[in-house]
Design a binder for this molecule. Structure first.
Ligand SMILES: [Zn+2]
Length: 493
């Protein structure tokens, strides 16, 4: 950036020269000026020095931004490639911040790890290594292939740090003698940082490597979303269908788009290059390497319905539609789903049996809905209990009563509740996991949808055919100690 600033400064100085008397002696420059005058229809380029001056100011502002503290740099999503001197300079600041958290009477593993993550983003590190030896723990980054030392930590800090990493990655904190793998997500300064975690026992403690997902965003694998094995298997079955519509429903922030992206990735991986994958989105949330994405823009005439019609003329195999909000889009999608296209989309609806009523309210013919839909997934996100502080507890009678009333009497297993500790910053929870309810449209349901039966009845039919309700998926998670009963009732009760 500094180079750019200098270049612009030199260019503008040159222009000043150009406009001064010295120009008289340079016919080449003069002919250039008259060329400019002809092209723009007035006397010379009087606006150019002003423009150049403006650029200099902009460049200076930009280079100043680059000198802002590490946290500010981390805030920028696109990682400008720093020079090696820039990396060294940034690392001095990272080291200072880490030492601040690591020293004192009460060192903070949370603070140290956060600064390590922030610093890694700031210098575009691909990996963070915590390597213990008898002398201490060496924290290093790999930046563009080269290893840079970040800080030396006391060996006593290692167990605290590995516990913090394991809590965030949902690994077993008690198992220190075997290697473990996981995935960590941490939001810092409005940037979500994601890393693959691996631990390895050594003579001096566990060696930890965090491999950062560039930009903090990567489409997760369908399996890595965290759905139950039944739901993951069901989704794979539906995604193998040659045609039809698969709906995902759930409130705002329930992870629907992530599920759609992961589903598209799964399709891309299983069908290979023989398939054309297209998405119509509003907005595009993630750039995909395996699909053609189009941003909707109703003001410019790019509506879901109109664009969908155009896209279908190009004959894609698999389509992701951000959302179905109106009758026209729904009808085109249904038609496409009946003529050899697999369509993944979201629609508003209560539960997995909800979209049918919603589509008919829009005015879509029951016949079309019944014959084009292959399945519906309803999802919610529950918070996952912190494994470092969760506490076994006998469920309160109120919980037992509510679950029993909803048709799910509590089994006699150990349930856990949230507490809060330094590893989860007092929250009692770390990260979230999806609960799902997956409905397959079989012959009986198809017939029922066709005859416009209500949502409750469709729900009953689907359950009779084996659909596990959202609440029961949540209860199973609570039985495994992954979340609390309170949390399950909050999102699915
Ligand atoms: Zn905790």
């Amino acid at each position: 950036m500094l180079v750019l600033a200098l270049l612009v400064a030199v260019a503008s100085a040159g222009l000043e020269l150009f406009r001064s008397d010295a120009v008289e002696a340079q016919p080449a420059l003069r002919s250039l000026e008259s060329l400019g005058a002809r092209a723009f229809g007035h006397g010379g380029w009087p606006w150019l020095p002003g423009l150049a001056g403006g650029l200099v100011v902009l460049a200076l502002i930009a280079s100043f931004v680059e000198m802002l503290p590490v946290a500010e740099v981390a805030r920028r999503r696109h990682f400008a490639r720093l020079t090696s001197a820039g990396v060294r300079e940034a690392l001095v600041e990272v080291k200072r911040r880490i030492e601040e958290h690591a020293s004192g009477t009460k060192p903070s593993a949370v603070g140290v790890l956060d600064e390590l993550l922030r610093g890694a983003v700031a210098v575009s590190a691909s990996d963070i290594h915590l390597s213990p030896s008898a002398g201490g723990v060496c924290a290093t980054y790999r930046v563009h292939g080269a290893i840079h030392e970040v800080a030396e930590l006391d060996l006593a800090m290692l167990p605290l740090l590995t516990t913090r990493v394991k809590v965030l990655a949902r690994l077993d904190i008690a198992m220190r003698g075997v290697p473990q793998d996981g995935r960590l997500v941490r939001a810092l300064d409005g940037v979500e940082i994601e890393a693959r975690v691996s631990t390895l026992p050594t003579e001096s403690g566990e060696r930890v490597v965090l491999r950062l997902v560039r930009g903090g965003v990567e489409v997760p694998d369908l399996l890595a979303l965290g759905f139950s094995t039944e739901i993951a298997a069901g989704l794979r079955e539906l995604l193998a269908k040659p045609q039809g519509l698969l709906f995902v429903t759930g409130p705002v922030g329930s992870g629907k788009t992530t599920t759609l992206y992961a589903a598209m990735k799964h399709v891309a991986e299983t069908r290979g290059r023989m398939s054309t994958l297209v998405t119509l989105e509003d907005p595009i949330e993630l750039e995909l390497a395996f699909a053609t994405q189009t941003q909707m823009n109703p003001r410019a005439g790019m509506t879901f319905a109109g664009t969908l019609r155009s896209v279908l003329r190009q004959d894609p195999n698999v389509l992701m539609l951000g959302e179905i909000r109106d009758r026209e889009t729904a009808e085109i999608a249904m038609q496409a789903g009946l003529t050899g296209h697999l369509i993944l989309t979201t629609v508003h609806g209560e539960g997995a049996a909800g979209p049918f009523a919603r589509l008919m309210e829009m005015g879509v013919e029951p016949f079309a809905v019944a014959s084009a839909t292959v399945g519906c997934l309803s999802q919610r996100l529950v918070r996952v209990l912190c494994v470092a502080c969760r506490r076994a507890a006998v469920p309160e009678p109120m919980f037992a009563e509510r679950f029993a009333r909803l048709g799910f009497p509590l089994p006699s297993v150990t349930f856990y509740e949230s507490v809060g500790c330094e590893h989860c910053e007092g929250q009692g929870y770390t990260g979230r996991a999806p609960l799902g309810e997956l409905l397959f449209v079989d012959a009986a349901l198809r017939q029922a949808i066709h005859t416009r039966v209500g949502t409750a009845e469709l729900d009953g039919l689907a359950r009779a055919a084996g659909m596990k309700p959202l609440l029961s998926d949540g209860l199973e998670r609570a039985c495994r100690g992954e979340t609390s009963l309170a949390e399950v009732l909050r999102v699915a009760g």
